[in-house]
Design a binder for this molecule. Structure first.
Ligand SMILES: *[C@@H]1O[C@H](CO)[C@@H](O)[C@H](O)[C@H]1NC(C)=O
Length: 292
């Protein structure tokens, strides 16, 4: 090797390692290399753009998924997602918090795909101690496949709030005082997956996945956890500034309640609390508490 070639290589190497150092110092938020593990699908989950972008892919054989390396006990989790474009019928993209085991807690966003031109359904649910059955579903006020939008879960000791682009779409209050179990003891990880569910997902399973369109791709960026790490005895909260800690007592103010009402009146397509056929003996106790 000529000496000038060796020098060039040395120069390139030092530029690369310098970049790596800068990245490590500045990016804990949004670095998928550092913050997540692929749970299934192997190379169908791809980390790109130096850790800033992640794509999940679904082909005829398998989908893919990831989860956070860390476990949290309360927090505010934000992620930006761009959903499978075009004919996404039969596909489901999930983003949720979950603990482990049979009596697990879970806070769900699930995006049910649709045929081209028909709206995605955003399905939400809350499980406490293994029991869910608290579904609310929404259509969105934008096309979630055209660009990235922010989906957030706020989870404190008083309530769980689901946000889309910082607009509250659902609140699940801590109503332990009237006997409704609330998730508060089991640490949760952040999970996401893209998989085939064409036996039920789209128009009740009538519209099947069109494999000629595969692979299907959903994209993620800016995963941010302002959250308390589940520690051995006492938990440590990642947030340091006062602003970062706002989630710990956050409730909806008048403006927030107004926006929630707007979403629930205009975009909610299913609410377990108004499904009389399903609860002939009477609604679960949390349904009796008016939200507004
Ligand atoms: C798909 O589109 C139909 C027709 O607009 C709509 O009724 C349905 O809620 C949409 N979503 C799913 C998941 O079927």
């Amino acid at each position: 090797m000529s000496s000038s070639k060796a020098f060039m290589m040395l120069l390139m190497l030092s530029v690369v390692s310098c970049n790596l150092l800068i990245m490590a110092a500045s990016s804990s938020a949004g670095d998928f290399y550092r913050n997540i593990d692929v749970t299934f699908g192997d190379q169908r989950a791809k980390i790109l753009d130096g850790g800033k972008l992640l794509t999940l892919n679904l082909d005829k054989t398998l989908g893919s998924g990831f989860r956070s390396k860390k476990e949290y006990l309360f927090g505010r989790i934000d992620i930006q997602m761009k959903l499978v474009p075009g004919n996404s019928a039969g596909t489901v993209t999930t983003y949720y918090l979950s603990s482990e085991g049979v009596t697990h807690d879970e806070i769900d966003f699930e995006f049910l795909g649709n045929s081209t031109g028909n709206p995605y359904t955003l399905h939400t649910n809350v499980f406490s101690q293994g029991k869910g059955e608290r579904e609310q579903q929404f259509h969105l006020w934008f096309d979630p496949t055209k660009s990235f939008h922010t989906y957030s879960i706020l989870w404190n000791t008083h309530r769980i709030i689901f946000f889309v682009d910082n607009i509250p779409i659902r609140v699940f209050d801590n109503l332990e005082s009237i006997g409704v179990p609330f998730p508060k003891k089991q640490p949760m990880r952040i999970y996401s997956s893209l998989w085939n569910a064409d036996d039920w997902a789209t128009q009740g399973g009538l519209v099947k996945t069109d494999w000629a369109q595969a692979p299907f791709t959903a994209s993620y960026r800016n995963l941010k956890a302002n959250a308390c790490l589940a520690g051995s005895s006492s938990s440590t909260c990642v947030s340091t500034t006062a602003e970062d800690k706002a989630w710990q007592n956050q409730a909806l103010d008048a403006a927030g309640r107004k926006r929630l009402r707007w979403v629930q009146n205009k975009f909610m397509v299913y609410n377990y609390c108004s499904d009389r056929k399903r609860f002939p003996q009477g609604f679960p106790p949390e349904c009796k508490r008016s939200r507004f």
